[in-house]
Ligand binder design. Structure first.
Ligand SMILES: NC(=O)c1ccc[n+]([C@@H]2O[C@H](COP(=O)([O-])OP(=O)(O)OC[C@H]3O[C@@H](n4cnc5c(N)ncnc54)[C@H](O)[C@@H]3O)[C@@H](O)[C@H]2O)c1
Ligand SMILES: [Zn+2]
Ligand SMILES: [Zn+2]
Length: 345
């Protein structure tokens, strides 16, 4: 089968690889129909994710058809159409029993990281019963690719952890796919103001169309002043960090209102300063989270009922044999205006 294989920092290739087999009775093999590329795949290719060894098939998102099931799989059958979750969960360990699937001691984020992933014609899914989701008949499968990772990430790490409330003022720093997923799902809770901050005018224009009430291009470094002015010096109730660099977290520290929450989503590779000398008396909360994907079934219902339309995050389509072009397009988002690229087998 064809697969996109990581060969160490800066190196990747499309290769013929053996078909995945069932290793455990709880496994399924899924024939991938659609997959996509995540910003995290670019982190891997930069060499930022040491758990991902050269030789690994990348990808942790997609939809497909169950091709084989192990003897212990009961919730899925050959031929079922499924969403692949970026998080594999055994459903039995202490963390899984607490709904913290991301820290499953037997799984977690392993797909396309510690085990071969979904940017291939077939993928082995461990703990299939608790790591796959049924696709309702007639669903738009492009939209459902967004449920593997970005929608639950924006919602769980940003919106739920940030306790977005009716009438509240929120700011989302970073208008990439994750920040935009937070923007779409924040609107479940009817915040009064949603401020998006980025450096990319195209992404900010999309943000306005997707429900942001104010967009700020921070190229001039004045976003903090503008937000403090528009909130009469108070700041925002929820500041969602959706970038993963020190500057954007510091922006959150600068704009959080007394009693507010900083909800971090970004993957941070370097030290970030925490200014407790300014924050100690402000009654704030800081949260961090690796996406658990516990809200995937709920989000699926909101997509099915058209309460949200994650398909609008898809900008490009490619065939699997052109996945290197898909990486080039996705990696040059500033010039290609790419958000999510869907790759079809
Ligand atoms: N916590 C989790 O479980 C989890 C899951 C998936 C992804 N992530 C992380 O979420 C982050 C966002 O992912 P993405 O795919 O949307 O990334 P992305 O790179 O596509 O988007 C980031 C956006 O931030 C903007 N930006 C950069 N610096 C900025 C600054 N100082 N102020 C304002 N905007 C700035 C960029 O222009 C870009 O549009 C990444 O760090 C990713 O690794 C976390
Ligand atoms: Zn991802
Ligand atoms: Zn577990």
């Amino acid at each position: 089968m064809k697969a996109l294989v990581y060969h160490g920092p800066g190196k990747k290739a499309v290769e013929d690889r053996p078909m995945p087999q069932l290793d455990a009775p709880t496994d399924a093999v899924v024939k991938i129909v659609k997959t996509t590329i995540c910003g995290t795949d670019l982190h891997i290719l930069k060499g930022d994710v040491p758990t991902c060894a050269p030789g690994r098939i990348l990808g942790h998102e997609g939809v497909g058809v169950v091709d084989k099931i192990g003897a212990a799989v009961t919730a899925f059958h050959v031929g079922d159409r499924v969403i692949v979750s970026c998080i594999s969960s055994c459903g039995k360990c202490d963390y899984c029993r607490r709904g913290m699937y991301s820290h499953c001691v037997n799984g977690g984020w392993i797909l396309g990281n510690k085990i071969d992933g979904a940017q291939a014609e077939y993928v082995r899914i461990p703990f299939a019963d608790t790591s796959l989701y049924h696709i309702p008949a007639g669903a738009d499968e492009d939209a459902l690719v967004m449920l593997s990772d970005i929608l639950p990430t924006g919602f769980e790490c940003g919106v739920l952890n940030g306790k977005v409330q009716p009438g509240s003022t929120i700011a989302i720093i970073g208008a990439g796919p994750i920040g935009l997923a937070a923007l779409l799902t924040a609107q479940f809770f009817s915040p009064a103001e949603i401020i998006m901050i980025d450096f990319d005018d195209n992404r900010l224009q999309l943000s306005s169309r997707f429900g942001a009430t104010t967009v700020i291009n921070n190229k001039d470094g004045k976003a903090v002043d503008k937000i403090m002015a528009m909130t009469d010096g108070r700041g925002v109730d929820t500041a969602i960090e959706a970038v993963g660099v020190p500057a954007s977290f510091i922006t959150c520290e600068d704009i959080v209102a007394p009693g507010g929450i900083i909800a971090n989503i970004g993957v941070h590779g370097v030290k970030v300063d925490l200014h407790l000398e300014r924050l100690w008396d402000r009654n704030i909360t800081i949260t961090t989270r690796l996406v658990d994907t516990v809200t995937t079934p709920m989000l699926l219902k909101t997509v099915q009922s058209r309460r949200i339309d994650p398909k609008k995050l898809i900008t490009h389509h490619f065939k699997l044999d052109k996945i290197l072009d898909a990486y080039d397009t996705f990696g040059a988002a500033a010039t290609t205006n790419a958000l999510k690229v869907v790759i079809e087998t």
